[in-house]
Design a protein around this ligand. Structure first.
Ligand SMILES: *[C@@H]1O[C@H](CO)[C@@H](O)[C@H](O)[C@H]1NC(C)=O
Length: 396
């Protein structure tokens, strides 16, 4: 149990002491001052202490606590039985949490965003993991879908709720990329409309499973076809004024021609290749993304860590040489803070293939931090508070 949990436990015990609630006769009555002193003495965490929630956030199994209040949930989805090459991303959520250890609320101010996402209007909690079966992908998909719907359908708690920001956001830690389909199904239900996607990846993931026919049948639910499924389920808009966007592509295509790209375009995607970084730089990529997605429409962000070069993120399932640096990705993420993000995931972290310095999981944890900063900041803007750290924090 974490110190803060112990504190609230004691507080509860103290407050309910007179009500005959689970108290034995000799139990000490703790005063608020005494409890405050305990908190002052032991109630903080250092970067290397604690049992490993994301960024030392409160850890709550939200799926079994239907009344748990949060504005943004970190949710682990340790699922990896829909991959085409290296397995192991089921250990991604643990690795990302571990690599987030040096993110503490005390030392969480993000200078680029002018905000500390861990000391803001938003209650951010680590909701733990969805216990996804590794034995049956149909059941797993259903488990993930129900978990996303259940958490995404709750109400946010902060004062922002009154301003229309009452839908909580989920930031999922993968897990293989197929978890994005359940996430998009839930968003479609919660928002009652198709949602545009911003997708950082070496690969398209709009592969038509029929293009890979097998005597034994095809399985569309895999980590390369979930966007194809999402398109056909009507989860993404078809209007060309509301495209979805890939960035960082450098995959080989099937066959002898551009059919995969034609298919992708017909699913209403526009593409930025990894090489575009050299031609137009981070500023050009940022501008292109913002032009396609704008600042008003709800957008789901999906970051496959293999968008990074294997030099920076070897710990992943389908590495492709020639990718972006960690710094380039972070810079692009910072540049798109104006997006109206309604959910996000960071997927395909497969720690068995990373180095001892945890570079892949560190990159993923940093992506989450930037995404949280942008989500929190964007909402402050909606509420008419610019990100001016302290003042805004106190007022909200
Ligand atoms: C977009 O088109 C596809 C293919 O025709 C269709 O299955 C899907 O439902 C459409 N999406 C929406 C949001 O209407």
């Amino acid at each position: 149990m974490r110190p803060r949990d112990i504190f609230s436990g004691l507080l509860l015990a103290a407050l309910s002491g007179g009500c005959g609630h689970e108290h034995d006769g000799d139990a000490k009555e703790w005063t608020r001052d005494e409890l405050a002193e305990l908190e002052a003495r032991w109630g903080y965490e250092l970067s290397f202490t604690g049992i490993g929630s994301f960024a030392h956030l409160d850890y709550v199994k939200c799926l079994t606590r239907p009344t748990e209040p949060f504005d943004i949930a970190i949710l682990g989805v340790p699922f990896d039985t829909a991959v085409s090459y290296r397995p192991g991303a089921r250990f991604g959520p643990r690795a990302i949490r571990q690599a987030s250890s040096r993110q503490t609320s005390f030392r969480g101010f993000n200078p680029r965003a002018d905000i500390n996402p861990y000391q803001s209007w938003a209650r951010i909690v680590d909701c733990g993991d969805v216990p996804v079966t590794p034995f049956d992908n149909d059941i797993a998909r259903e488990q993930m879908t129900q978990a996303f719907k259940e958490l995404g359908g709750r109400r946010g708690v902060s004062s922002a709720s009154a301003l229309g920001a009452n839908k909580p956001r989920i930031v999922a830690l993968g897990g293989d990329h197929s978890l994005t389909l359940p996430a998009l199904r839930a968003l479609n239900e919660v928002y009652g409309r198709p949602i545009q996607v911003l997708h950082f990846d070496a690969h398209l993931d709009t592969w038509n499973p029929e293009a890979y026919p097998s005597h034994w049948g095809t399985t569309p639910f895999n980590h390369g076809s979930m966007f194809w499924m999402a398109h056909h389920e009507g989860l993404l808009p078809n209007s060309t004024s509301q495209p979805s966007v890939h960035a960082g592509l450098r995959t080989r295509l099937g066959g002898k021609d551009w059919t995969d790209h034609t298919d992708d375009t017909s699913q209403n995607w526009i593409r930025f290749a990894a090489d575009d970084m050299d031609e137009i730089g981070t500023a050009g990529i940022i501008e292109g993304i913002m032009r396609a997605l704008g600042t008003e429409q709800p957008v789901y962000l999906s970051v496959d860590i293999d968008v990074l070069d294997p030099a920076f993120a070897p710990g992943t399932g389908t590495p492709e040489p020639g990718g972006w640096t960690t710094r380039e990705l972070i810079r692009v993420l910072r540049g798109i803070e104006g997006l109206n993000l309604v959910g996000a995931d960071v997927v395909e972290v497969s720690p068995a293939y990373q180095g001892r310095g945890e570079e892949t999981a560190l990159a993923a944890a940093q992506v989450v931090y930037e995404v949280l900063s942008s989500m929190v900041k964007r909402r402050m803007k909606d509420m008419g508070k610019e990100g001016r750290g302290d003042g805004a924090k106190d007022e909200l």
